[in-house]
Design a protein. Structure first.
Length: 241
């Protein structure tokens, strides 16, 4: 099991004034012991913008960023576009688009940040940022008790990733065990609540702010909500081709 709490990761500045902690980075083939976890995604981070602060306008070359507003409110500015942001908003910022965030609220604007490289030969689908709150998408059910809310998938413009989800597990509910090989990425980040995550033969109590990579998991992994409150996970995956 690869498990990391965001506070165990060093703080850096991104986009001028987003205080971020990069939780997982991509494996480097030349340095397999370098600490990289992800196989298809460049990085996964948690960051925030303080009240009254704004990030530096920036365009990403060859990279697409996916943001999730974990708490707080603010603005996304991109050219003539201006989006009011609220908790639960997902944002895809395609490459080549200059954008910035501003926190006009009273609380920190907390963001989960995924960076995916544009794969060779792939043309980005989006030409301007896409903003949508995950609760606007329908909810489905899988693995017994996973209540699954899509944030984004390939049809929305993801490039390296296949799905970004919010998975909800109600109180005292288990999920069926299933396994993954190492030919994919699947990461579970505890957003709200907590649960017991069994990965292969390891067990951890997964608390808020903890990310767990479950690839490979043999014979499987299962997240169990052993508490009396619902839990919500920010989940992202790149499936085998
Ligand atoms: Fe899984």
């Amino acid at each position: 099991m690869d498990k990391r709490h965001w506070l165990d990761c060093p703080a850096t500045l991104s986009h001028g004034s987003i205080i971020q902690r990069v939780i997982f980075t991509r494996q480097v083939p030349q340095a397999p012991q370098g600490g990289g976890i992800l196989r298809f995604v460049e990085s996964f981070a948690r960051g925030y913008l303080e009240p009254g602060a704004a990030s530096t306008p920036q365009a990403n070359k060859g990279l697409q960023e996916i943001y999730f507003v974990a708490s707080g409110s603010g603005l996304l500015l991109a050219g003539k576009q201006k989006h009011n942001l609220r908790e639960g908003d997902g944002i895809i910022v395609p490459p080549g688009v200059e954008f910035s965030f501003a926190n006009d609220g009273a609380e920190p604007l907390e963001l989960l940040i995924l960076v995916e490289a544009v794969p060779k030969g792939v043309k980005p689908k989006l030409r301007r940022p896409l903003v949508r709150n995950f609760v606007e998408n329908g909810m489905g059910q899988g693995h017994w008790a996973h209540l699954v809310h899509k944030v984004f998938d390939r049809s929305d413009g993801l490039l390296a990733l296949h799905t970004v989800l919010i998975v909800r597990i109600e109180a005292m509910q288990p999920a069926d065990t299933h396994g993954h090989k190492s030919d994919m990425d699947e990461v579970w980040y505890m957003w709200r609540g907590q649960g017991v995550h069994v990965v292969s033969q390891e067990v951890c109590v997964q608390t808020p702010g903890t990310a767990v990579s479950v690839c490979p998991s043999d014979p499987g992994h299962s997240l169990i909500n052993h508490t009396s409150e619902p839990l919500q996970v920010f989940y992202f995956a790149r499936h085998p081709q």
